[in-house]
Design a protein around this ligand. Structure first.
Ligand code: ADP
Ligand code: MG
Length: 315
């Protein structure tokens, strides 16, 4: 199987025909039509085997994950993803691996309405780069819009993927471990929520590095401080059972959950919670935006744990 057979067989099927795709896979460049006046939203993510995912990561999980983490970035802007390009570096072209990888990729891209329009295929240590292109809303969700008095909300549950890190490479011993691993390998990009929040939330970010670290980016960009209550962080039943007393710390410091953290005016808080519920997403109020700088994360006794939690990084 040469490079061209490989592309035709595994990746061309992900390239749907559509009016906005003048030329997709097969020429020297893709030609894409842009809606008049639209603002392009672009994001790219790379997963390197042995760095971001284990070397023996199942190919379907790798394909899903590289798309999901990217979709999450567009979700955090309130954008609508539309096109993707894929740069794939492979040690060998194994048919079973490619088939599973392409299926995993399609399982994330297709429901999001994203067409694969091009890419590059090379030989070398396993590395996957996916670029996403989409359309930004009228008022994009940015990191720099948080205002003093805003409430800080997060979607879903936090800390599950952090707990799963300790389980990678082993078979799940029970249903809780299986669920935590699923949260790590198949995060849910919150696209509909992000789009619903555009024009409503003042600031947003997706939680990839950990809540305290990521809210730190929002606080810095917005020139405010953020107070988070450790006790209020949304924890899954599986994480509570698995991590016990460590669950809240996983939620505050652990990354890879790809939930949205965002700030809204106090007056919009109820409406946002209702709109999210209508989309099937639970959002939880975890703190407030205040004057100052940095993130404080208070435990039940009112002690600030942020410094310790920020030191609990992956690197
Ligand atoms: P060139 O040599 O001009 O860069 P390539 O041989 O790299 O062309 O690619 C041929 C066509 O296949 C291009 O349209 C390119 O976008 C597409 N392509 C290459 N690799 C991939 C891939 N992994 N996924 C999707 N499309 C790909
Ligand atoms: Mg090329």
């Amino acid at each position: 199987m040469d490079e061209f057979d490989l592309i035709a067989r595994y990746f061309a099927p992900l390239a749907a025909r559509a009016d906005d795709i003048v030329l997709g896979i097969g020429d020297d460049a893709a030609l894409l039509r842009t809606p008049p006046g639209a603002t392009l939203a672009v994001a790219v993510d790379t997963l390197v085997a042995g760095v971001h995912v284990p070397h023996d990561c199942a190919p379907a999980a790798l394909g899903y994950r590289v798309a999901a983490v990217n979709l999450s970035d567009l979700a955090a802007m309130g954008a609508r993803p539309r096109f993707a390009t894929l740069a794939l570096t492979l040690e060998t072209a194994a048919a079973a691996w490619l088939e599973a990888f392409a299926a995993g990729l399609a399982s994330a891209l297709a429901p999001a309405g994203v067409a694969l329009v091009g890419g590059d295929t090379t030989r070398g240590p396993l590395c996957v780069t996916l670029q996403l292109l989409g359309w930004a809303p009228e008022v994009p969700l940015r990191r720099d819009g948080a205002r003093v008095g805003d409430h800080v909300l997060v979607s879903g549950t936090l800390g599950d993927a952090r707990a799963a890190l300790d389980l990678l490479g082993q078979a799940a011993a029970d249903a809780d471990q299986a669920w935590l691993l699923e949260r790590y390998y198949r995060p849910t990009p919150r696209l509909a929520l992000g789009q619903a929040l555009a024009g409503l939330a003042h600031a947003a970010i997706d939680v990839s590095d950990g809540l305290v670290a990521d809210l730190g980016h929002v606080a810095r960009a917005s020139g405010v401080a953020i107070d988070v209550e450790l006790e209020r962080l949304p924890l899954s039943p599986a994480l509570r059972r698995h991590a016990g007393d460590g669950a809240a710390r996983c939620a505050a410091a652990g990354g890879d959950d790809y939930e949205l953290a965002f700030t809204v005016a106090a007056a919009d808080r109820g409406r946002v919670i209702e709109q999210a519920a209508a989309l099937g997403v639970t959002v939880t109020d975890v703190g407030r935006v205040v004057a100052g700088a940095g993130v404080r994360c208070r435990d039940a006794d009112g002690r600030d744990q942020a410094a310790e939690l920020a030191g609990y990084r992956h690197f």
